[in-house]
Unconditional design. Sequence first.
Length: 119
Amino acid sequence: QVQLVESGGGLVQAGGSLRLSCAPSQRTFSSYTMGWFRQAPGKEREFVASINMDPGNTYYSDSVKGRFTITRERAKITVNLQMNNLKPEDTAVYYCAASVVPGPRWTYWGQGTQVTVSS
């Protein structure tokens, strides 16, 4: 069973930056689209950003557009989320997800990494 492993969460002050990474546990894993979601306490999980592994089209929620950048490293099969100008409202558990078919259909999920932004 392939697992997605996230890293890079932590505590940062408002205006700061963090970089999240996600890699599958098996290097032979091939996904069509990978993305990031987040869930704040008491709220539903929401879409943050996604990227098609080929040719690399990206999509962002309005709340992070212009501040977050999603990239993929095809050789390493990893996806990164560079988060700049972080705001307290960005505080959440961030989850990596993968779809192996167009759509996307988010079949694979990571266990999440905590991002906390202090004011």
